[in-house]
Design a binder for this molecule. Structure first.
Ligand code: NAD
Length: 350
């Protein structure tokens, strides 16, 4: 039983784009704490951990690698094994497809584990988004928080599905080529279709909500700020919804923002990101899925809409809820979401 425990001890393995954000979001909560973060070696990224006061560990159990931290002036508290020994749960934020190697380490250490969307569902046989399947993840040994795209689709489609009882969806993912901090990815002057059809993004929603029938196409475009989804959803007969009532439904949905593009002069992803910076979000993050009000239209039983996803941050609050699910400390997803978001917004001072 975890109910009486003061604080869930969270290890972050991989302190990059996602890892540093998850660490801050965990640090913002009063029921969990960061017991350490790993880096593969000394680099400027270590400075942030030091500034935050997160104990720094080496990703590997290798004395030479550990020694390199001290050579560059960083205090290293030990190896990944040392960190796992003091953790209740590890959030794996390593680059995609490293999960299989890391999974064995977590299981040997007897610690609960969470992977990110760069890993396949098959690695854990269980995936997570807050609104779709928090309950299924309660007290599980390990799971995978789905990707930024799948999280975004789940945010708007799950409430629609809950209302309608069935849903058939086709969507096109217009994906940013790289994160702003990446220097080795592209395209820089081309549009690159994903030639594996359908793309994995849509069907991945079915790992958290198998009842939603969904397929997707994907293209990568030369931008670093946000993905855009162009979505067509066929609602069943007798759904009783209108464009207005769907907008109301999403207005009441946590972690979804509805704004009128033309009225607010916020018609592109550049302006959405500028708004996130204006409201004071750390790193200019936007945890919410952004839906353009004037881009939503129900025509007969067919719903058309666009949404924008801040790829680096929409999964961050989901990771916090997922920790509570695995530890079995909060059975109700909405209670967890409210707690997570209140703490993050206070911490991020916005
Ligand atoms: P990243 O490259 O920014 O960070 C990964 C970090 O892990 C780096 O600090 C790297 O040095 C470290 N690392 C390298 N090898 C490691 C190992 N064997 N074990 C532990 N750590 C190791 O990557 P990211 O963008 O933060 O992605 C992390 C995961 O999150 C991936 O599965 C990715 O698909 C997923 N994800 C990324 C985004 C995004 O937009 N960046 C969004 C959602 C999900």
């Amino acid at each position: 039983m975890w109910g009486h425990r003061m604080s869930i001890k969270v290890a972050i393995n991989g302190y990059g784009t996602i890892g540093k954000r998850v660490a801050d979001a965990v640090d913002a909560q009063d029921d969990m704490e960061v017991v350490g973060v790993t880096k593969t070696g000394p680099s400027f990224g270590c400075d942030l951990a030091v500034k935050k006061g997160f104990p720094l560990y080496c990703t590997f159990d290798d004395a030479d690698r550990i020694a390199r931290f001290a050579e560059q002036g960083y205090e290293c508290s030990g190896s990944l094994s040392d960190l796992l020994a003091i953790a209740d749960v590890v959030v794996d934020c390593s680059p995609g497809k490293m999960g299989a190697d890391n999974l064995a380490k977590y299981q040997n250490a007897g610690v609960k584990y969470m992977f990110q969307g760069g890993e396949k569902h098959a690695l854990t046989g269980l995936s997570y988004t807050s609104s779709a399947n928090h309950t299924e993840n309660l007290n599980a040994e390990g799971t995978r928080v789905v990707s930024c795209n799948t999280t975004g689709l789940s945010r708007t489609l799950v409430p629609l599905y809950e209302h309608c009882g069935s849903l058939k969806v086709e969507c096109t993912m217009i994906r940013r080529a790289a994160d702003p901090g990446d220097s080795n990815k592209g395209p820089i002057n081309a549009i690159k279709p994903v030639l594996k059809v359908p793309s994995h993004h849509g069907p991945d929603v079915m790992t958290v909500k198998p009842e939603i029938e969904i397929n997707s196409l994907a293209v990568a475009v030369p931008t670093t700020i946000m993905h855009v989804h162009a979505i067509i959803a066929d609602l069943p007969e007798g759904h009783g919804l209108t464009t207005e009532s769907i907008l109301e439904m999403w207005t009441d949905t946590p972690r979804v923002i509805i704004m009128h593009g033309s009225d607010n002069r916020i018609t592109t992803t550049a302006e959405v990101m500028e708004m996130a910076r204006d409201i004071g979000r750390k790193w200019g993050d936007l945890h919410e899925i952004f839906v353009w009000e004037d881009g939503v239209k129900l025509v007969g039983d067919r719903l058309y809409y666009f949404q924008a996803i801040h790829q680096e941050s929409d999964v961050i609050p989901e990771n916090v809820d997922c920790i509570r699910a695995l530890m079995g400390t909060e059975p109700d997803w909405q209670t967890s979401v409210a707690k997570t978001d209140a703490a993050i917004s206070k911490y991020y001072n916005c």
